[in-house]
Design a protein around this ligand. Structure first.
Ligand code: SF4
Length: 413
C-alpha cells in the first residue's frame, strides 16, 4: 500500500498503470483528480496508496511527456512536485511511525547498513569501516551538499550517543546515487565515503531518496517524450497539460522559459551528427546537413517550444535577436566551413534556411515572417542516416534516442 504511494514508479505502481492502460476507458474523475493535484501544487492531496492516486499521477507524467520538452517549466514543475511530495510523505512516516518503519520504506532503493556506535572510542562501526567523531558529526560539511538542497546536515555535534534523525550512522553504497550524480543533484566530494559506503543520516536518506524518485520520474517523462512523436493525444490529457502550464507559469514566473526566452545553446551537449555539421561538411551532405538538419536542430534546441501543432517561432520568442544574432549566424558559419563553402556556389540556400525556420522563401530573417512556411522539426536519426549516412557517428547516448534533439535535451539535463 505505502510502497506505490511513495514511489510512483515502483513495480506495484507500474502494475496498476498497466492494468488500467486504456486511456479512453478511464473515468473523467481520474483526469479531474490530476488537474486538482496540479492546481493545488501538491501531488499528495489524494488518498495515499489508492489506485486513483497512482493513476492520476501517471496521467500527469504522461501529459508532461506527450506535450512538453524535458527542458520545459512544466516538466521542471512536475519534478519539483514529485520531490516535495515524496519528501513530505517520508517525513510523515518518520514522525508518525518511527525510524524503523522509514528504513523499511527506503529499502526498495537503498541497501542501508546501520552502524554501531562505540561510546568509549566515540567511533561508528559500519561493516568493516570505522568513522571517527569528526566524520559522524562533521560540523564543517556544507549544509548545501545536496545540490539545491535545503540544509540537510544541521548536525548536533555535542550529542554523545547516536539516536536522532540528524545523526550520521547509516551507510549506503555510493553507486546507489549514480542517477543523482548524473543529473548534478549531488556531489560525491561533499560526503564521507569509506569502503564504498556513503555515511548518511536519516534526514539525508529522506532527502536523497526524494531526489532519486524525482530524477527517475524526470527520466520517465523524458522517455515518453522521445517515444511519442506523432501519437494522437486524448483531449483530457491536453486539459491536464493546460493545468500544468498554468501552475508552472505561476511557480516559475521569473523563469526564462515562461517569459519566452529559452536556454542558451550548450555546444558540448550537441550530438555527434550536429557537431560534425557545425564543423563543415563536404558537398554530398551540405544542403541537407546545413539547410535542413542544422537549421531545424539549432532553432528547436535554442527555443525549446512545447509540443504544439504547427508551431511558429514568434509564438515562443519575442526578441528577434535570438534569430539574427544567435541561431542564424551559427548556421551561416557552419555553411562557410563547408567544402566548398555552401553559399559560394549556392547563395539561394539562405532562402532555404529561412524557409525551414518557418519564415518563408526569403533572405530576410524577420520574426514577423513567422508562419510563412512550416517550421521544420529536426529529422529522426533514421532519416538522417538515410539522407546523409556520413553524418551519423553514434556514441553511447545515441543508443537511447531516436532524434538528435532528444540527445541534446537528455545530455543538457
Ligand atoms: S544516432 Fe542520431 S543523434 Fe546520434 S549521431 Fe546518429 S543521427 Fe545523430
Amino acid at each position: 500500500m505505502w510502497q506505490y504511494s511513495i514511489n510512483p514508479l515502483s513495480a506495484e505502481a507500474k502494475k496498476i498503470v498497466k492494468r488500467y492502460s486504456s486511456i479512453p476507458d478511464l473515468p473523467d474523475a481520474i483526469f479531474e483528480l490530476s488537474k486538482k493535484r496540479i492546481l493545488s501544487k501538491k501531488l499528495d492531496t489524494a488518498t495515499l496508496g489508492s489506485v486513483e492516486d497512482t493513476l492520476s499521477l501517471h496521467l500527469i507524467f504522461l501529459s508532461a511527456g506527450l506535450l512538453f520538452t524535458p527542458y520545459s517549466v512544466e516538466v521542471r514543475f512536475v519534478k519539483e512536485m514529485v520531490y516535495k511530495s515524496t519528501r513530505k510523505k517520508l517525513e510523515n512516516i518518520e514522525s508518525e511511525l518511527g525510524a524503523t518503519r522509514l528504513l523499511r520504506q527506503l529499502a526498495d532503493k537503498f541497501n542501508i547498513t546501520e552502524g554501531i556506535y562505540d561510546r568509549e572510542t566515540e567511533t561508528l562501526h559500519l561493516g568493516e569501516e570505522v568513522f571517527d567523531k569528526k566524520e559522524i558529526f562533521a560540523e564543517s560539511q556544507s549544509p548545501d551538499k545536496i545540490r539545491g538542497g535545503r540544509g540537510t546536515v544541521d548536525m548536533q555535534k555535542s550529542r554523545g550517543v547516536l539516536d536522532g534523525i540528524r545523526d550520521r550512522k547509516y551507510g549506503v553504497p555510493w553507486k546507489t546515487f549514480l542517477p543523482l550524480l548524473k543529473h548534478k543533484e549531488m556531489r560525491l566530494t561533499d560526503w564521507y565515503i569509506k569502503g564504498g559506503l556513503v555515511l548518511v543520516s536519516l534526514l539525508d536518506l529522506i532527502e536523497l531518496y526524494s531526489r532519486l524518485v524525482a530524477v527517475e520520474v524526470f527520466e520517465y517523462i523524458s522517455k515518453i517524450y522521445t517515444r511519442s512523436k506523432g501519437v494522437e493525444i486524448d483531449e483530457r490529457i491536453k486539459e491536464i497539460a493546460s493545468a500544468l502550464t498554468e501552475a508552472s507559469k505561476e511557480r516559475f514566473r521569473a523563469a526564462s522559459f515562461a517569459s519566452g526566452k529559452a536556454k542558451e545553446l550548450s555546444f558540448e551537449n550537441f550530438p555527434p551528427c550536429i557537431s560534425t555539421v557545425m564543423n563543415g561538411v563536404t558537398s554530398g551532405s551540405r544542403n541537407y546537413g546545413i539547410s535542413v538538419l542544422l537549421t531545424s536542430f539549432l532553432s528547436y534546441a535554442r527555443i525549446a517550444p512545447p509540443r504544439v501543432d504547427n508551431p511558429k517561432i514568434s509564438d515562443f520568442i519575442k526578441d528577434e535577436k535570438i534569430l539574427t544574432e544567435e541561431i542564424v549566424p551559427l548556421i551561416y558559419q557552419a555553411a562557410e566551413r563547408c567544402s566548398p563553402p555552401l553559399f559560394d556556389d549556392q547563395p539561394q540556400e539562405k532562402m532555404n534556411i529561412s524557409y525551414h525556420l518557418g519564415l518563408g522563401l526569403t533572405k530576410d530573417i524577420r520574426l514577423e515572417n513567422s508562419g510563412a512556411s512550416k517550421w521544420y522539426f529536426p529529422s529522426n536519426c533514421e532519416k538522417i542516416r538515410r539522407e546523409a549516412p556520413g553524418l551519423c557517428r553514434p556514441d553511447d547516448i545515441c543508443r537511447k534516442i531516436k532524434n538528435p534533439l532528444h540527445y541534446y535535451f537528455i545530455k543538457s539535463t
